[in-house]
Design a protein. Sequence first.
Length: 380
Amino acid sequence: MLAMRSYYLVGLVLGSIACSAPGSGAAEVPIGPHDSVAIAGHMLYVPPGYSVNLFAQRLGGVRFLALGPNGAVYATLSGAGRIVRFVDANGAGVAESVVTVLSGLGDPSGLSFRGDTLYFAEEIAVKRLNPGATTPVTIVSGLPAGGHSTRTIAFGPDNLLYVAVGSSCNICDDALPRAAVTRYSLDGSNPHTFATGLRNSVGLAFNPATGELWANNNDRDDIGGSSMAITDNLPPEHLNILKDGKWYGWPQCYLPGKPNPEYSGADCSGVEPPAITVQAHSAPLGLAFYTGTMFPADYRGDAFMTYHGSWNRSVATGAKVVRVRILNNRPVAVEDFVTGWQLADGSRWGRPVAVLVASDGALLVSDDTGGRIWRVTYGR
C-alpha cells in the first residue's frame, strides 16, 4: 500500500495523474487536496492524513457489518446465506481468519448485537441467536419476499427493535410493512408502523447525541420518460430523520409538493421533508455515526454513508463513501470521503455497501463487488 499526497489544481494535471493510476482504466480523481492510495491494483482517494488497507478479502457478496462482543467484526455474506466473524488476533487491522457463525440462511442482510446476543434479518424473518446457541430463534416472521430484499435492523434507546422493509417495485401501491420502518418489542411482539413512504431505506442508525432514528432512502428510477437529463437527476436520494407517524412520500410524491408523474393529482403537502438530499441514483446503503477517537475531533458526531452507485444512469454516479457533516444535530453538507472505485469510463471495481466504526476508531467498509472489507485509518 502506498499513500501519496496530491494537490490537483488544473485540468491538465488532473488528467495526467489520473491516467497514471494502476489497473484497467483511470479512476475518477477528486478535486482538491487528498491522499492517493495504491491498493488492489487500483487507486483510492482519501482526505489528507488518511490511509486504507484491506481488512479482509475473497468474501463473495459481503454486505452488512456489525460490531460484536470484545470488538469482533461480523458480516453477512448474503448470496452464500452465511454470517461470519473475523479474527484479528494481533490487532493489526487485518483479519487472519474467517469463522462461520451461521449458514444455510435465506438472504441474510442486516445484523446487530444487543449485549452478547446477535439479531439478524433474513428476507422473510428477523431472528435472534442467543449466546452459546447454534440455532437461531425467530422473533419476527412473515415479512414479504421479493422486490427490495434487504431487511435492516437497529435498536433504539427506547429498548425497541426497528426493521426496514423496502418496496416490491419501482413505483406502485404497496401494502405494509413494505416501504416502511416498523417498530417491535425485543421479542418481536407489538408491531407498530413507525414511518412510511420510504421506497427503500437500507441505512438505519440512531444519532447517539439525540436518540433520533436516521435513515437514508433510495428513491425511484425512470422519472421523466425519454428525457434522460431529467431521469439522470431526478428524484434526489434522501437522508431522513424519521419521526413516528410521518409519511415520506413514496409512491405518490418524491418531495413535498412534488408528485410523481404516475400520481399527477396527488396531494404532496403532507410529505415530511428530508433532512438533506443528495445526487439522484447514488443508491445510499450504509449509514453510521462516527463515535471513535482515531479521526480528528471535528469528525466526532458526523456520519458516514456509502453510495452503492447507479445502475441505469446515462452517466454513472456513486460507488464511494461520503462524510455527512452535522451541525446542531442536523445534516448540513455531504462531501466525498473515499473515492476511486468508479473508473472514468463508468465501470467499477468495487461498490461500497455497509460502513462500521471499529473498536479502535477505524472505519470499515464492505464491498460486495470486490468481495472485500476496506479499513480506513488516520495518522498511522
